[in-house]
Design a protein around this ligand. Structure first.
Ligand code: UTP
Length: 297
């Protein structure tokens, strides 16, 4: 019997330099995909997986994220007085329950591993999930829910993975697999951060969703710097792998790296095309743009 995954950490303390100047005053996680901020999609994924408490690891200039998940009294009063019931109900539905979120500061952006370590006291001695909030996963069933199901069967630690073209493996964290457990799940034998071209042990990249055991915190507390001079989560996961099992899940769905401009724009198109009213205007527009571009080439 495995312990329930109740809590999730969303590290939102990164600087988002790839999106400057947009991210000078607005956190990257608050940029919108169609009509809601990136982080809203990630919170919904966590809630659909049964997560009861979300820990945001924030940095300076991120208070707007806390505001987004709070009640907006003046706005809600105005919507009520104007009988905007639908908008009001939407805000109500998306707002997390009182007391189900925590915010802690990563005082210096020392790396993802350090950001996760900052949540140690709020998580405590139980397994937990991590969702990188700049990665959105579009799937029928919440990606984290798929992982929770794999965790319930196998215990230990679970990492979401996705295939990438062989010539791009050097840009990602890549896993090495051993035994197959099911169609989509396998034991992990190792992992490597950004392997040199031609040396990757597979074409499966780590996608920004993790279920980890709490022993990761004592490894992170060593504060050892890795690639890029940052405290890397991957290094502590490798150390944890010496004593605990790690399972990979090739989830159903696809990810959009909204921390990159191409990924962010692709996500906007993919989600917009799902809405019939937007698709009706966008499809002819996109065809037209592509035709014009091809004609000019
Ligand atoms: P990224 O590597 O995408 O960095 O972080 P970034 O700073 O957000 O963006 P760029 O590269 O400057 O454009 C991956 C995830 O780890 C978090 C980020 O918020 C993001 O969710 N992170 C990273 C932290 O919370 N703290 C850190 O010190 C580093």
């Amino acid at each position: 019997m495995t312990q329930k995954i109740r809590k999730a950490v969303l590290p939102v303390a990164g600087l988002g330099t790839r999106f400057l100047p947009a991210t000078k005053a607005v956190p990257k996680e608050m940029l919108t995909i169609v009509d809601r901020p990136i982080i809203q999609y990630v919170v919904e994924e966590a809630r659909a997986a049964g997560i009861e408490h979300i820990v945001f690891v924030t940095g300076r200039n991120k208070h707007v994220i806390a505001d987004h998940f709070d009640r907006a009294y003046e706005l809600e009063d105005t919507l009520k007085s104007r009988n905007k019931t639908e908008a009001l109900q939407l805000l109500e539905k998306l707002r997390p329950a009182a007391g189900s979120t925590s915010f802690t500061r990563q005082q210096d952006p020392l790396g993802l591993g350090h950001a996760i370590w900052c949540a140690r006291d709020i998580i405590g001695p139980e397994p937990f999930a991590i969702l990188l909030p700049d990665v959105i996963i579009k799937s029928e069933t919440s990606c984290l829910k798929q992982m929770v199901d794999v965790y319930s069967e196998n215990g230990g630690n679970v990492i979401a993975v996705e295939e990438v073209p062989e010539d791009q493996t050097h840009q990602y964290g890549i896993v090495e697999l051993s035994d197959k457990l099911s169609d989509r799940a396998s034991k992990i034998a190792g992992m490597v951060e950004k392997p040199a071209p031609g040396t990757a042990p597979s074409n499966l990249m780590i996608t920004g969703r993790y279920i980890l055991q709490p022993e990761i915190f004592s490894l992170l507390s060593r504060q050892e710097k890795g690639a890029g001079g940052e405290i890397q989560l991957t290094d502590s996961m490798l150390a944890l792998m010496e004593t605990q099992s790690f399972t990979s899940l090739k989830f159903e769905g696809r990810s959009y790296d909204c921390g990159s401009k191409a990924g962010f724009l692709s996500a906007n198109i993919a989600y917009a095309l799902e809405q019939p009213d937007l698709a009706a205007e966008l499809v002819p527009f996109l065809h037209d743009m592509i035709n014009k571009r091809e004609a000019a080439e």
